[in-house]
Design a protein around this ligand. Sequence first.
Ligand code: ZN
Ligand code: ZN
Length: 136
Amino acid sequence: MLNGGCFCGAIRYETAGTPFQLTNCHCSICRRTTGAAFVTWFSVPRSEFRLVQGTPTRFRSTAKGMRSFCPRCGTQLTFEHDDTADEIDVTTCSLDDPERLPPEDHAHTSSRLRWVKVSDDLPAYREARDERGKTA
Ligand SMILES: [Zn+2]
Ligand SMILES: [Zn+2]
């Protein structure tokens, strides 16, 4: 079981799903909606994700993308896309123990800030996380 929540504690979630798509996203939307240089995510089956306390605020960050965050402290928690209705992305650093799920690659590096120097050996994708756009 993975447990997590927002900074202030108003929102708590849990998931028993097997995490996949562990990635550092460098896209400008993740950046602007969090105020951070990039955001680390993991995915689980949507049916395996459960809010156990509180109600996040949701908003559309794109026509098909929906993000949630704590209305009190602002921690971004999830991302859902209309085209992948069976999965939900969760911010790795909202986990109680983010060390459990280290990222396995970088995505959308075409939008990466030039002052973010990536020195790990993880695969990198210029756009979405798939083999076609792989750069390393
Ligand atoms: Zn909060
Ligand atoms: Zn992103």
